[in-house]
Write a protein that binds this ligand. Structure first.
Ligand code: FMN
Length: 219
């Protein structure tokens, strides 16, 4: 059975992006777009597709939750021994993507990924709900095969018994944050007739000071 979508099309008309009125720093625009997405009730606007590629040259993509925009990049949390963790250990180049249908906007962020400071990861881990903390221990190694759901449920119940609500769950060494240090960000605003606005910020290659060049790209 096949499906055909060639007659499905939407005209994007909700906004525009003008190179003359964008801020110098892409972080300012990123924060502004994120705030607008939250105000306009986009569901989980901080959910992003993360693309990585290990030494096998086969790209993988999956959703992770953006947890922080820093002065230099974007942070998410995961299992360091997962498939994505393996990819990142072999190749630090990655790209993250947000698509907000309600605003007809897409943002692509690329750069190098590195683990964040373990103390910062631990602070965030300890802030998570108790059962999510337990879940992180159950899902070790994340992306590894498990015989069936019962195996997971039993491990979860055992860990809940070992660590009741009043007992802190230790922060796993295999779990923590990664930061993608931004090298390039592209902001995409859908327009009518496929004449979309695409503005890209590329970090200038100068040590120390952070400056950016912006370009308009053909849609
Ligand atoms: C909405 C949503 C949010 C998710 N957030 C995370 C996350 O923050 N961290 C994470 O490790 N996995 C998250 N996942 C699960 C990942 O998509 C993925 O299944 C998991 O990390 C294993 O990926 P890997 O095998 O490529 O390492 C999320 C999935 C969805 C659908």
């Amino acid at each position: 059975m096949s499906m055909d979508f060639t007659d499905q099309r939407l005209s994007y008309e909700k906004g525009a992006l003008d190179q003359t009125s964008i801020p110098e720093s892409p972080f300012e625009l990123l924060n502004a777009w994120m705030s607008e997405a939250i105000e306009q009730s986009v569901q989980e606007p901080y959910a992003m597709s993360l693309a990585t590629c290990g030494a096998d040259n086969k790209p993988s993509v999956r959703i992770v939750l953006l947890r922080e925009i820093t002065a230099t990049g974007i942070v998410f949390y995961t299992n360091y021994e997962s498939a994505k963790g393996q990819d990142i250990a072999e190749n630090p180049n990655a790209e993250a993507l947000f698509f907000w249908h309600e605003l007809e906007r897409q943002i692509r962020i690329s750069g190098k990924i590195a683990k964040i400071d373990a103390t910062k990861s631990a602070a965030y881990f300890q802030k998570r709900p108790h059962d999510s903390q337990v879940g992180a221990w159950v899902s070790q190694p994340q992306s590894g095969e498990v015989a069936n759901r019962e195996v997971m449920e039993e491990k979860f119940a055992q860990l809940q018994a070992d660590y009741p609500e009043n007992l802190a769950v230790p922060t796993p060494e295999f779990w923590g944050g990664y930061e993608i240090t931004v090298e390039k960000i592209e902001f995409w605003q859908g327009r009518a007739n496929r004449m979309h606005d695409r503005l890209v910020y590329v970090q200038d290659n100068n040590e120390g000071a952070s400056t950016w060049t912006t370009k308009r790209l053909l849609p």
